[in-house]
Each structure stands twice: as C-alpha cells, then as structure tokens.
Design a binder for this molecule. Sequence first.
Ligand code: ZN
Ligand code: ZN
Ligand code: FE
Length: 776
Amino acid sequence: MGFRPFVHGLAERLGLSGWVRNDPDGVFVEIEGEPARLDDFLKALRDGPPALAEVESIEARPLRPRGSRGFRIVASREGRSERTPLPPDAASCPECLRELRDPADRRHGYPFLNCTRCGPRFTIVRSVPYDRARTTMSDFVLCDRCREECEDPTDRRFHAQPTACPGCGPKLSLLGADGRKLADPDPLGRVASALLHGRVVAVKGLGGFHLACDATSAEAVGRLRRRKARDRKPFAVMVPDLDAARRLCTTDPEEEALLTSVAAPVVLLRRREDPPSAAGAEHAAGAEDAAGRIAPGVAPENRYLGLMLPYTPLHHLLLERVGRPLVLTSGNRSGEPIACRNEDVVERLGGIADLFLVHDRPIRTRCDDSVLQVACGGPVPIRRSRGFVPRPLPLPVRASEPLLALGGHLKNTFCVAAGEHAHLSPHVGDLDDPEALAGLREQIAHLCSLCDVEPTLVVRDLHPDYATTRLADELEAEGLRSVAVQHHHAHVASCAAEHGHRGPVIGVAFDGSGYGPDGTVWGGEFLLASLSGFRRVGHLAPVLLPGGEAAVREPWRMALAHVRRAGVGRRGTDGSGDLGGSGTAEVRELFPDVDPERIEGVEELLRSGVASPPTSSVGRLFDAVAALVGIRTTVRFEAEAAMALEAAVDAGEHGSYPVDLVEGESAPWTWDPARIVHRVLDDRAAGTAEGRIAARFHKAVADAVVAGCLRARAECGVETVALTGGVFLNRILTERAVPALERRGFRVLLHRRTPPGDGGLSFGQAVVAAARLGGD
Ligand code: ZN
Ligand code: ZN
Ligand code: FE
C-alpha cells in the first residue's frame, strides 16, 4: 500500500540513512541520523502514513550508529510468508486525479489509472499474497513504461500491483440493450448523451454494476423505478464534488470527512429544503435545471439523501461529461445480488438498462457501496462493505480457535476470526434469494483463504429457520463444531466489542425481530450482558404479530394488535383514548384504506392467536404508531414505516408520552406501551399534527431507554450502556437518548465501525464465541 516508498521518501527528505523492508510482522526500518531528525521521522510515521495504511503501533529501539549512507528499500526476507494485510478498495487519490486531467500526462483521461495509494484491491484479488499475478489484472501485461515505474522505489507506483495505462491496461466498451457490442470511438460521450436524454445506463464500477440515470430528471428516475420494480426505496446519488453535495444537503465536518474519505461511502445527509418551484415537479428530459434540483422520485418523502462522491477515474470522467448529479444504484433486480460479470450482465439487467458501459477488468469479489450516517458526532455504518472490507476489526478477546460466524438472514454478512482479528465480509444481502444463498459458501471460502483462516468452529443464530442455520448444520456434518448465539446478545456484544469493552454492559437491543430462547420474537430488549453471556432484565411488553410476516409488510396489523392489547374500545380502561362500544367500527375508521373484511380477519387472528406469535419488537411498535398516525399502513421495504415516522418528526415539538415499566413474567419488568397507544389515539382524535405525534413518540421511546437503563443500573450497578439493533439507525431517537443517558451518568457506547443492524450481527457472534472459548 505504498508504505515502503513513503518511508523511503521521508528518510530522504529528512537526510536520514538506512533501509526498510517488509517483515512477517509488519514493516522493519533501520534508520540513522541526527536525533532531532529521527524524532521527526517517528512523528511523521505516526501522523502522516499513506491513505491506505493504518499504523497499529510503532516500536523503536536504539542501535549503535553504523555510518551508513543513503536509504534503500530492501527485499523481503526469504523463506517466511509475508502477512501484509490486504487493503480495501480506495478512491482515486489527488495525484492520480491530477494526471487524469493533465492533457500532457500519458494517462490523461484514462478511466483506469491508479497507484499505490488508490484503486481496486479487495475486489480484484484472487488469492494472497497480494501481487498482480494473483489479481484479475494478471492478463494485462505491463508496458515498459509502467514496468519502470513499478520497479522504481522513488516512484509513486513502486509495486503498484493494479497499475495500468492506456497502452497496457483495461479498456471501456459499450453494449446495446440487446448485449451487442457497439463500436464507438467515444463510449463515455455516448453514455453521457444517453443519460442526458433520460436513459438508464448500467455502469461497471469497482465492486459491481450500478444502474445510472439523471438524478434531476423526474422522467428518468421514474423510468428506472418502474423497470427495477422498486417503488419508494431511496436511490443513492453521485455528485461531482463536495461543493455539489453542500448545495443539495447540509453537511458537518464529520460528514464531509466521510464523503471525502478513501472509502468513499454513500453518506446519508439531511436535505436542504428545496425552494418551491414550478420547474421542480415536472422536469422534462434533457432540460437543464439550473439549481440542479434532485427529482422528487429519488428519495420520496425523505428528509435524507444518500450522496457519494466519484471514487474511480471512470466516475470522475462520467460526472464531468454529464455535468449533473446521477442516480447510481445497485445493478440488480430487487432482492438479487448486484451484477458484477460482463458475461451475464445483459441477462440480469436486460429490460432495465438501455445501454451497458463495461470494461475488461474482471471483478473477483462483488462488493456493494458502503452506506454510513453521522449521529452524535461520529460515523454509524448502515452497510459496511466496499472501502472497509477486508480491514480487520480487533477482537476484545482472543479467538483461541479459528471460527466462522454466519450472521442472520436479511442484509447479511458473515465474519471470519482468528487470534486478535475478525474480518467482516462484504454485504451478502438477503438470504431469501436463492442466488445470494448459492454464492455464500464460495464467498466464505474466498474470504477465509484471503485472511488465512481455516475455521474449526461455526457460529450461528438461534433461529431454527434461517438459511444460515441450515448452512451451519451442513458445516457441522462436514466436521466443524457449532455453537448458537442469541440474536440480541450478538448485537450487544458487537457494540461493546467495537469499543474494546469487555466488562458487563446494559445492552439496549431494539430491532425488527430476532429469535428469543423462549420461542417468541424478541426485539425490544434490555440485557445485562457480558461478552459470553446475558440475562434479560427487561423488554417491551409482548403483543401478537397477527399473521406473522404479513404483519411486517402491513403495519396496520401491528397498529390493530397494539390497539387491542392496550384495551382500546373495551370497558375497564382509564377511559383515555377509548373509542367506545366494541371499538370495531371506529377501528375501521382508523384505516380507511384497508378492506373491512381484512380488518375483521386480523381481529380474529388476535382473538385466537393463530399464526400470531408474541413479539416484543420495538421496530414493530414504530410500525404500529406510523399506521395509527396514518403515515404508512403498508410498506414495500423493511423499516419504511419507521423511517417515514422519523422523517415526519416536528423538531419544534418537545412533548412526550408516558413510559410505564411494570412487573414482568418473562423478565423482572416490562415496558408497557398501552398508555402511549391511548395517547396517540387521543392526539389523533384531537387533530394534532402528525409531526407532533411523531415527535412525542420518539421522545417517549428515548424516555423508555433511559427508564430501562436506570432500572437496570439500580439492580446491577452497571454504568455502561450499549445501544444496538437496527432501530438505533433512527437518528432522532439516538440523539435524544444519548445525552439523556449521559446526563444521568451513563457511559454510552454506539456503533461506529460495524452496523447496529443485522449487517453487524456476525461480528457480535464471533465476539461471543471467542469470549466463550476463552472462558471469559
Ligand atoms: Zn493514486
Ligand atoms: Zn502501461
Ligand atoms: Fe437484529
């Protein structure tokens, strides 16, 4: 990753002599000169390493001066395998971008230039140790000039494995909608013109294909949505630079640092309020919107917009040619893994893309864009993939046995771990999809081989029906031992472990669902946890999930379940929120767009309990309230209702609803949401604006977090809280709960390196397994 040339340059600049080489344990430097200069050298090593390098530690020992002259890069020691870590893919560096735009440079306008500081890495590696012959660049024979650069220790491209130039590197080509190759001397120009005319273009990137269209054209965005059969789920947008991002969204320094980082993730940013404009709503294809306004269909009714900056030379060139923000969304049909091979892209994306911009550098490993947001002054990964994988995460407890943690079911990742390190896989996706599942074993084998881990232990969720559970059974039959880790314990352990926290912690795990050891669906849990074990100290009071999965797609079912559980419409309640009579007619009025017969069907499920397991899920409580307020009664994607409820929050409203912790059966106490449901109904009946109801509800959930933690602390004395589970991707909730907890003297741990949702589950499973192995 350019560390030795960096050391070489540094030594020369400081007038120091000696040598540097790679060792199995890291980089070894012998350096000689003025003591003050040597101090400068050490300081620069620590503070200014090249973009892709991460200095874990520096050990220095004095030596007797040798009177050496000059500084050399020497060959690695023979006979021992070098374990230099494989870096993640990195966004184009400033020097490469300068060359890209310099008409006098031999790489001017070349879409595949890179150097030791930037370019493809993880996605092109076939095996380790990392060198060109073991990457998908192996078939491109270096030209003389590229070879000279590669062999020159003073050159930025010294040992740049994927280096390329127009003479010897990959080339662009263009395929029509039918897959036929289009001979065009200027493929980029043709693509830009197609995009400006509202067409959808599949563009091969670093870790897979994107589907691109003009983000300012309502027509183009509508076309992409229709063809991809994706209704409302927001699209990510690529903008040419930071200024363009600032024009569309408000950004703070933390968010700007993420946007411009070498990982170049999608960052969820708060949109600026668009000034009302007639041109905004209907935007003819091809017409220029001077304000560069994003078409409403990109992220409908959403306060946030996912933006990223160009991270390959190809993206830079494309954005320059088009001169507009582009929707750049994963090149797949809903639910399928993202397309990454020229051979089948036309088949996979046929009917969606009008044009295919491909190149001849194969993608070895699919790697989706990473997505992050900033909350409480730091980054929170929503999806940790390209740019981060396969960077190791330190384990707080050594894994005394190499292990493989399989994760959950949706938005899945897996994790391989040995010794001090865990490696989280790229985003695998939803394992409902047969293709995602079919590719899983191969992906596991590949990451294991890159990380040099041969697992003997497989870690799985407790859920009996997850695809990963069946895979664990298969692996067990093949001779691995297997252990199961409870879903929310894994969430809590992942959050604690990220911070190196090994002691007991109050884990607040709020999510959609996870299998509880009692056979019910958990998701609103207060756990007193260590890394190896846990006790359930409190949880949201269970409510029936009428019709199981159907209740996830139809939040009105959850609303009805909560309404009935809260005793609305029955005699004997405190009267507030009482709809009177049997309540059935009034309940129908709550969901005017739902067929009354279906409402009656769900009422019957709630009465009989058939196909309706109890759940303590806070995610489902958000769904219920969103439906009660009338914001969403059905959803098309996971967490849609909760996101819409968050988006509706009126920031000026500071009221709350009452939080009741009551005696529990399956835990010392439960959080009873009945009065919240009553008050939401009261507010709705009184005509209170939905934004104010949404704000009060968020405040109530934050209050419940605090109340639960206070109760847990009173019982066990633990002062550290880990907030985890997908619900904590809700920034308003997190930013209300954290300061409130801190005011009461808690130390609060938030996810900063792994996702709080199920994309981080496998890391937590690995942590728990390692802790159990170590007898922790
Ligand atoms: Zn570079
Ligand atoms: Zn070349
Ligand atoms: Fe979960």
